[in-house]
Every structure is written in structure tokens, then in C-alpha cells.
Design a binder for this molecule. Structure first.
Ligand SMILES: Cc1cc2nc3c(=O)[nH]c(=O)nc-3n(C[C@H](O)[C@H](O)[C@H](O)COP(=O)(O)OP(=O)(O)OC[C@H]3O[C@@H](n4cnc5c(N)ncnc54)[C@H](O)[C@@H]3O)c2cc1C
Length: 481
């Protein structure tokens, strides 16, 4: 069977030796590093959930290539039902992890490539799709964890691609009989440090003359020439120094760990290359990816996060004795409204999904609803966090440490003055969970992850069928022209 256990995944990570830096130091052992461990454990959970009967229907699928049971993160959606389950998986895993599941971007880039390589072959007579399916079979048979690399460094945003150092975008510097050589950097890479493979696609629409940037491939973790520089922040420092992770806001799975991924003349064999120079298909590739990713990461995933924040807010109010106060209930209702509006758009994106292109067998979510899901989340999540801060009170940011509860000198004070309708320990723990969200990294993370909202606004304006809206308004107004 093509399903790996969590332990087998950890063992696969132990065999990888990425050139990885974190907080100014080289990480020699990813499994032993406290920050990296959280990303390993989050990814491992994706493996163990696939083995749990309760989650099997959502977390696994049947491969259309081999007929084997596989992890849904390596599945290509072949029906509306698949799309619905893919979105449910994003929601469920967010509830369980409280952070990124690290296999999501990889899954969505693979789905985009499945669709676009098929179309490229139909139009150009190339054999990318066969090559892609062969490689996907290898990924599925070995249940490899894939991250997805889309966002280029870009440099000065006011300049055209041709005006900046080409290394700001991943590109091909050489082609030979065996493969290609690539250079450049992808930023904000979720979980690439602990993935087995990274799927790389161009970050945007490209024009003729930009062929060297039109490159898509899959690269193995630790391939020579790749350097990973992990994100580092106050939460990383806290995890490194806390001594007991159970005192943290998301003990086992931590923050959304990302990294810079730098490619310095990295060799990619042809069997791993799925686009090389076809600028005319880059728009299709990035928009297919955006369609899938905005439904999953933009919408469904954050609904799972919101469930945690809403649940923690309810507990905070229960522990402080305010849960029956009318305006607290109103705020909880408001949080649910934001979250379920995004949830509804996610479901609509899946239900209104269709085969794209027709004949490919690949199903894509509806573009309009996927974009609305992401943009509703982007705005709604800030509101949900603001309301959580309001409900839970100042303790969310002023609480002492759980260590103070263990210290015999301070324990009586903490127990006495921080106890309310529940003991101080419960209030401290739930405050720490809410701190992780309201004063953590998730605000900008949710805003920019799956693309900054301006990108969704552009997509919405383009796909809103505005002429039809003018037509119905004219009909009502009795305007005949
Ligand atoms: C937590 C997190 C996880 C992520 N995970 C991944 C991942 O796994 N893989 C991946 O590939 N990416 C990932 N991303 C990257 C994400 O897709 C980008 O952050 C997002 O697309 C925005 O790009 P940027 O960060 O370069 O911001 P910028 O592009 O610099 O945008 C900042 C602001 O400037 C505006 N802007 C930028 N350029 C222009 C322009 N030319 N003209 C007008 N306005 C402009 C934007 O609209 C925005 O308001 C992740 C991001 C986050 C925060």
C-alpha cells in the first residue's frame, strides 16, 4: 500500500541533509531542532491522520494512475466530490494542527500541473503530461511530502522582470541532454525544509522573451546547490528557550514555518521537468494553481483556524464568567458569521467545480467562489482575531508564564488573582492559545498566504461577468440600445 506511517516519514527526514540556516546558525539535525521539529510533527500528523479510520475518507483517495490508496495530498481531483474532500481536508487538518499542514501547496501545484501539462501536450504535441504522470506515480508510490514553490524574490516591485537581476526569479541557465540548470530564489516556502520534495512553478504570467523563467519542476530536498534560510521570530526564540513546549500557544505544531529557498546552479533531470520555455502556458498554470489554492489554503484552511479561535474565545469567556453576557454572545456570533461566509464560498467553489480543460480528467474549483473565499477570509480573519482579543481581555497579552504557576513563591498569587470562574491554570493556558493567534504571525500570514488580496480583487473583477450585470440592469430600467 502506498501510505507511509508518520514514523516512516520522520525517518525519511532523518536521511535528508539540507543546507539549512535558522537564527544565524546552521541546523545540522532537523529532527533535533526545536523549531524545525514543530514542522516535522505537523507534517507527520498528516501521515498519521491518513491511517486513522475516522479520517481515512477525507485524508486518502484512490490513485487514478495506480488504483492504490494514496494520501489525498498526492491525489489529482477527478470529480466535484474530490474537490469537496480536498477542501474538507484543509479545514480538518487546520483544526487538528492550528498551523500549516505543509503538504497543501505541493498538492495544489501538482493539480495545476496535471491540468496544464495535459493542455500543453494537446496543443504542442509535447510529452510533459506522460512525464508528469510517471513522476506523480513515483511520488504516490513513495508517499512523499511535497511543498510548493511559487513566490519568487522579485526584487524591486516597480521594475519589470527584464530590469532586475534575473536571479530574482527562478530561471533556466543551461539545458543539456540530461536536464536543466536553474538559479534564483523562492521566498516564504511553507515547510520546504522538512518536505521530501518541492514542486516549483513560475510565480506569474510571462510574455514572449521571458522563456527562461517559464520553468516548472520537482526537486528533491537537499539537492546540491539549494540553501534554505528559515524564518526566525519571537515565537522561534520562545520555542528554543522555553524548556517545556507544553507552555506554548500551539505546543506540538507551533507557527507556520517558512523559509527562503535559494537555487544556485541546481541540476534538474528532464524526468522532473514539466515546463521549459512555454511562456504561453504560464498564465494558465498560475491561474489554475491560484484557483485550487484559494479554495483550500485561502478559504477552507482558515475556517479550521477560525474554529480554534472561536472555541478558545468561548472558553476564555466561560473561564472568566462572561459567557452569558449579551455582547459577548454577539461577538461570538459575529466571528461565526465571518468564518462560515468563507466556509460557504469554499463549498461553492468545490460544488461549482468542473473538468478543466475538458478531456483532461482534472477537476478545478470555481474561480469566482475560490477568490471570494480567500478574500472573505483575508478580511474576516483580522476581525475574528480582534473580537477574540476583546472577549478574552488583556490577559491574552499580559499573562505571566505557566512557570510562575509552578514557582512556589509566586504560585499563591497567580492562583488567587488570576483565578475567576475557572482556576488560573485554565485561564493561563487558553490565554496563551489566543496570544498565539491575536498577537502572533497569523494576521499577515492569512492576508498574504495564497496571494495578497489585490490579486483576488483583480481576478474577481475579471471573472464577475460584468456585462451580464449591465444587461440585467438595462432590462429592469427599460433601456434598449
Ligand atoms: C505564512 C505564509 C506562507 C506562505 N507559503 C508559501 C508557500 O508555501 N509557497 C509559496 O510559493 N509562497 C508562499 N507564500 C507567499 C505568498 O503567496 C506571498 O506572500 C504573496 O503572494 C505576496 O507576495 P509577497 O510576500 O512577495 O508580497 P508583495 O508582492 O511584496 O506584496 C506586498 C504588497 O504590495 C503590493 N504589490 C506588490 N507588487 C506590486 C506591483 N508590482 N504593483 C502593485 N502592487 C504591488 C501587493 O498587492 C501587496 O499589497 C506564503 C506567505 C505567507 C505569509
Amino acid at each position: 500500500m502506498a501510505l507511509k506511517s508518520a514514523e516512516e516519514y520522520r525517518q525519511s527526514v532523518a536521511k535528508q541533509h539540507p543546507r539549512l540556516f535558522l537564527g544565524g546558525k546552521k541546523v545540522e539535525d532537523v529532527l533535533a531542532d526545536p523549531v524545525m521539529q514543530s514542522a516535522v510533527e505537523a507534517t507527520a500528523k498528516m501521515y498519521s491522520m491518513a491511517e486513522e479510520p475516522e479520517y481515512a475518507e477525507i485524508m486518502t483517495a484512490t490513485s487514478h494512475l495506480t488504483g492504490e490508496k494514496i494520501n489525498r495530498n498526492l491525489h489529482i481531483s477527478r470529480s466535484v466530490e474530490d474537490l469537496e474532500k480536498r477542501a474538507e481536508m484543509a479545514l480538518l487538518t487546520s483544526q487538528k494542527l492550528g498551523t500549516c499542514n505543509y503538504r497543501c501547496v505541493g498538492c495544489d501545484t501538482l493539480n495545476a500541473l496535471a491540468s496544464v501539462t495535459w493542455e500543453m501536450d494537446q496543443k504542442n504535441g509535447s510529452d510533459y503530461h506522460t512525464r508528469f504522470n510517471n513522476f506523480l506515480t513515483y511520488l504516490q508510490n513513495n508517499d512523499l511530502a511535497c511543498s510548493g514553490a511559487v513566490t519568487d524574490a522579485k526584487g524591486d516591485r516597480s521594475k519589470k522582470m527584464s530590469e532586475v537581476d534575473p536571479d530574482m526569479y527562478v530561471h533556466v541557465t543551461e539545458k543539456n541532454a540530461d536536464g536543466i540548470i536553474v538559479r534564483g530564489a523562492k521566498l516564504h516556502q511553507s515547510g520546504a525544509t522538512v518536505a521530501n520534495e518541492t514542486v516549483v512553478i513560475p510565480g506569474g504570467f510571462l510574455r514572449p522573451g521571458e522563456e527562461k523563467f517559464a520553468v516548472a519542476f520537482v526537486v528533491e530536498n537537499s539537492t546540491p546547490g539549494i540553501t534554505y534560510i528559515a524564518q526566525y521570530n519571537a515565537y522561534s526564540a520562545e520555542r528554543e528557550t522555553c524548556g517545556n513546549i507544553m507552555e506554548l500557544g500551539n505546543p506540538e505544531y507551533g507557527q507556520r514555518e517558512t523559509c527562503m529557498m535559494i537555487f544556485e546552479d541546481v541540476f534538474i533531470p528532464w524526468e522532473r521537468v514539466f515546463m521549459c520555455g512555454e511562456t504561453e502556458f504560464t498564465g494558465k498554470l498560475i491561474s489554475s494553481f491560484a484557483k485550487v489554492h484559494r479554495m483550500n489554503c485561502g478559504g477552507a484552511c482558515k475556517v479550521g483556524f477560525a474554529d480554534i479561535v472561536i472555541g478558545a474565545s468561548l472558553l476564555a469567556s466561560e473561564y472568566s464568567g462572561t459567557e452569558k453576557v449579551p455582547h459577548i454572545r454577539e461577538m461570538i456570533t459575529e466571528m461565526v458569521r465571518h468564518s462560515e461566509a468563507a466556509h460557504a464560498c469554499t463549498i461553492a467553489a468545490a460544488v461549482k467545480g468542473r473538468e478543466e480543460p475538458v478531456g483532461s480528467g482534472v477537476f478545478m474549483p470555481d474561480d469566482m467562489f475560490g477568490n471570494v473565499a480567500k478574500i472573505t477570509t483575508a478580511y474576516g480573519f483580522w476581525q475574528i482575531m480582534a473580537l477574540a482579543g476583546d472577549i478574552a481581555g488583556g490577559l491574552v497579552v499580559t499573562a505571566p508564564s505557566l512557570k510562575d504557576l509552578k514557582n512556589e513563591e509566586t504560585r499563591p498569587y497567580i492562583e488567587k488573582y488570576l483565578g475567576a470562574a475557572a482556576p488560573a491554570e485554565k485561564r493561563l493556558r487558553i490565554s496563551k492559545v489566543l496570544q498565539n493567534w491575536t498577537a502572533g504571525l497569523h494576521g499577515p500570514g492569512t492576508w498574504h498566504g495564497a496571494g495578497s488580496p489585490q490579486a483576488q480583487k483583480i481576478a474577481l473583477y475579471r471573472s464577475a461577468n460584468l456585462d451580464e450585470k449591465k444587461k440585467v440592469a438595462k432590462e429592469i430600467a427599460g433601456i434598449n440600445d
